[in-house]
Design a protein around this ligand. Structure first.
Ligand code: KPL
Length: 327
């Protein structure tokens, strides 16, 4: 049977890599690692049998992938769920956290005391900020960060479709470095991926894309391509001006012209897509505004700067979310 299998328990499960978060990106990365031969498992929230809604981050279950069924452009998983036991958690050498930015701390906290002290953690989400909150809680573990522009759509609970092969970048942030073998394995498994010496500038560049596109598409309820219209030029320019200035005060030199070109390239390449924030607002889900525009505002105020346009985006999205009740 494909789809959600019945819950059962296992004595132990040998797992090199676990993915925390079974959203579209988590499932895609899981599939890519599994296809490359890794013993990989997916850690997800238990879904309530009565409502199919995800429960809270205390009720995590382990979903190893015994087999995949790939047709040409979509992937289904046979997913029995296993109770998370301490033996399986101790065997994980790399935990890739693929939950939404605002979920990172809540999702990883119940696991931190149970993971091996050698387990390396890799955060992969839109926006910035959770790495700063997580760093002091690592208990000596290494932390890497990443950003991905792979396009992926969730078609049903356990079915995802890859819609684009955008760049994925990883890099070290703090603590012991990820082993060379796991680094090589990751790069080999994930198409169009690279390990960069300085990951923070790459995260700022991706932040610029999300800060320019996500709030505007959510506020104007439009696909990404609509932002090529002249009415948005000035707002996008201000968002980028502020971001470049704040990043410079954080010690990160960004090429303003190159950023703008990148934003408009993404707008063109993803013209028909609806941004993740547009989708979150449309489905009454929490958004990543605090970790996107909000992060720029936080860093601005840390340096005594103003980031008026990003603050305006933040405010407007929060107002929009307040009038569209979240589920
Ligand atoms: O990352 C994205 C998102 O929607 O979150 C972009 C690049 C804007 C593509 O839609």
């Amino acid at each position: 049977m494909f789809g959600q299998g019945a819950s059962s328990t296992v004595e132990s499960q040998v797992t090199d890599i676990a993915i925390l978060g079974a959203g579209a990106v988590g499932q895609l990365i899981c599939h890519q690692l599994h296809s490359a031969g890794f013993a990989v498992g997916l850690i997800a929230r238990e879904t309530s049998a009565s409502t199919s809604e995800a429960t809270d981050w205390q009720d995590l279950v382990f979903c190893p992938l015994p087999s995949t069924d790939a047709d040409t452009d979509s992937v289904s998983y046979r997913v029995p769920t296993f109770n998370l036991d301490s033996t399986s958690l101790q065997q994980i050498r790399l935990l890739i956290v693929c939950v939404k930015a605002y979920q990172v701390i809540g999702a990883i906290s119940p696991l931190l005391d149970k993971l091996s002290p050698q387990c390396h953690i890799l955060l992969l989400h839109n926006g910035m900020g959770p790495h700063l909150a997580l760093a002091p809680k690592l208990q000596g573990r290494g932390l890497s960060l990443g950003t991905t522009s792979q396009g992926v759509l969730r078609q049903s609970r356990w079915q995802v479709k890859q819609t684009g092969q955008g760049l994925t970048q990883f890099g070290h942030f703090t603590g012991p470095a990820l082993s060379q073998a796991l680094r090589d394995g990751l790069l080999n498994a994930i198409p169009n991926s690279e390990w960069v010496e300085a990951i923070i500038p790459s995260l700022w560049q991706k932040l610029a894309v999300n800060a320019a596109i996500n709030p505007l598409t959510a506020l104007h309820q439009c696909p990404n391509g609509a932002l090529a219209q002249a009415q948005f030029t000035q707002t996008i320019a201000s968002i980028l001006d502020e971001l470049v200035e704040v990043a410079a005060h954080d010690g990160i030199a960004l090429d303003r012209q190159m950023l703008e070109e990148r934003v408009y390239r993404v707008i063109e390449l993803t013209a028909a897509n609806f941004s993740s924030m547009h989708q979150d607002v449309a489905h009454h889900r929490p958004t990543e505004i605090e970790q996107i525009s909000g992060y720029i505002c936080d860093r601005a105020s840390a340096h005594g700067l103003s980031a008026a346009t990003n603050a305006q985006m933040c405010q407007a999205i929060k107002q929009l979310s307040a009038i569209t009740p979240q589920t």
